[in-house]
Ligand binder design. Structure first.
Ligand code: SIN
Length: 468
């Protein structure tokens, strides 16, 4: 948390729509001081630690997260609204990135390259890029912090994090545990704010050499424009419009479970949530019936109640967007199979899981990510037709397909324009799996063997007269 004087701003608890607490509202001066101090600290940190020592620091941070997982899950559940079991799952998911990059830190190999010049030794090394600006979303208040901060710290960078104004507490708790683990406080700075102008400093200040952002495509484009003035390296994990394709040779029960995983996770508020369900015409009725039966078992309520499977949405406008998409599709001929209306007498931002069938191609939901618990079912006849429908979007983050025909799975996944394709599964996220999109879903890869490179630059060292 910034150590400088600041105003306070309130956070709203989505389950009750009341104030959960207050948090610092950092101003421009706070950002500038944090960036300057992160710059000085980064040089000391990189010079005074070996890669394996940084790995050990991360491992200690991981151990503290695991030791405090129950408390962290309660914080996450209250500020975000997701259910306590999803919150526990997110804490483990968040911790897995710290563990992964604690092990990747000492593996920052370079190359010794045979030189074309006589008497010359040529080598490449991977060095930290410097101060990184990290901007994270409210839907994964813990995991999006660790997926970005852990590789940055492993590489020897320092970070200035702007956590989401809706959910800043998980970030504060994770940074406290990092400092307890021995990671210098000035290496891991956090600046919560609702002041967009102040946060823009991360994209414009020339000391910051890298921006990693997860959020909307609109904000991502703005950051790219601002960051271009000082040619910062960028990782942008932006909006999606995931296709979920069910062929008539699929195991429909597997497909239904896949839809539960990737449509209703976090009440439909993930970038990789299925947004458009395409089902082959001759199995559409059966799939719709099975999905409706399974989804009707889901239960809305405050996340701390262990019997609840669906928490609230993040705020009122998120609920309004779901309603807008439903009304639009129904006005164009879609049928409500389940849900469809807001819950009565509930102060929080709840909306019940909703299934629409017979959704026409020109419905608003076909082109716009709902980010809520709405499963719109479109039908198709042929493989060529559905590939065209799936790709007719400017986004390309995740997609899913279900078929028992391995040739079809390989053929279709190759033709789908997305950075990630789930085949016969709705679960695609893990610390070892490369995460990232194409087209207007952004660029850069998070997690996996590639994740640390995003925070590094390659240096060539050419040494002459080495054979004398
Ligand atoms: C996101 O929604 O941005 C992240 C989802 C994930 O990591 O699975």
């Amino acid at each position: 948390m910034s150590r400088y004087k600041h105003n306070l701003t309130s956070c709203i608890e989505p389950s009750t729509a009341t104030v959960l607490g207050n948090v610092a509202n950092c101003n421009l001066d706070d950002f500038q001081k944090a960036i300057k101090s992160a710059e000085i600290a980064q040089q000391e940190y990189y010079e005074n630690t070996s890669a394996s020592q940084r790995g050990v620091l991360l491992r200690k941070w991981y151990d503290l997260v695991i030791a405090n997982q129950d408390d962290l899950a309660v914080i996450l559940c209250l500020e975000n609204g997701k259910t306590i079991s999803e919150a526990r799952g997110e804490i483990i998911y968040a911790a897995s990135f710290i563990l992964w990059f604690s092990e990747e830190a000492p593996r920052a190999y370079g190359h010794t390259i045979p030189s074309s010049l006589p008497d010359t030794t040529l080598m490449s090394t991977r060095e930290p890029i410097g101060v990184c600006g990290i901007i994270t979303p409210w839907n994964f208040p813990a995991a999006m912090i660790t997926r970005k901060v852990a590789p940055a710290l492993a590489a020897g960078c320092s970070v200035v994090v702007k956590p989401p104004s809706e959910t800043p507490y998980s970030c504060a708790a994770f940074s406290k545990l990092a400092i307890d683990a021995g990671i210098p406080a000035r290496i891991f700075q956090i600046c919560p704010t609702k002041d967009r102008q102040a946060a823009t400093e991360l994209a414009t200040n020339p000391i910051v050499r890298k921006i990693s952002f997860t959020g909307s495509t609109g904000v991502g484009k703005l950051l790219a424009k601002l960051a271009s003035q000082s040619l910062k390296k960028l990782s942008l994990e932006l909006g999606g419009n995931a296709a979920f394709i069910v062929f008539d040779d699929a195991d429909l029960d597997v497909a239904v479970e896949g839809a539960i995983q990737c449509k209703f996770r976090c009440s439909g508020q993930t970038c990789v949530c299925a947004n458009r369900l395409f089902v082959q015409r001759n199995v559409a009725a059966e799939f719709t019936r099975k999905l409706t039966e399974r989804v009707s078992q889901l239960k809305n309520g405050p996340g701390l109640d262990p019997s609840v499977t669906q928490g609230p949405l993040v705020n009122r406008s998120a609920v309004d967007k779901v309603i807008e998409h439903i009304n639009d599709a129904v006005s164009k001929g879609a049928k409500v199979e389940l849900g469809g209306n807001p819950l009565d007498n509930n102060p929080g931002f709840f909306f019940p899981p909703t299934i629409l069938s017979g959704v026409p191609k020109d419905a608003m939901v076909a082109g716009d990510e709902t980010f809520g618990p709405l499963a719109p079912i479109f039908t198709f006849d042929t493989e060529e037709e559905v590939i065209k429908m799936a790709n007719s979007t400017e986004f390309g983050l995740a997609s899913y397909l279900f078929s028992e025909n391995v040739n079809r799975c390989m053929r279709v996944s190759k033709k789908i324009q997305a950075g990630m394709v789930g085949v016969n599964t709705g679960r695609i996220s893990a610390s070892e799996a490369p995460f990232g999109g194409i087209k207007e879903s952004g660029y850069g890869t998070e997690g996996s063997l590639y994740g640390m490179e995003e925070y590094q630059v390659i240096k060539s060292t050419i040494i002459g007269n080495t054979h004398r």
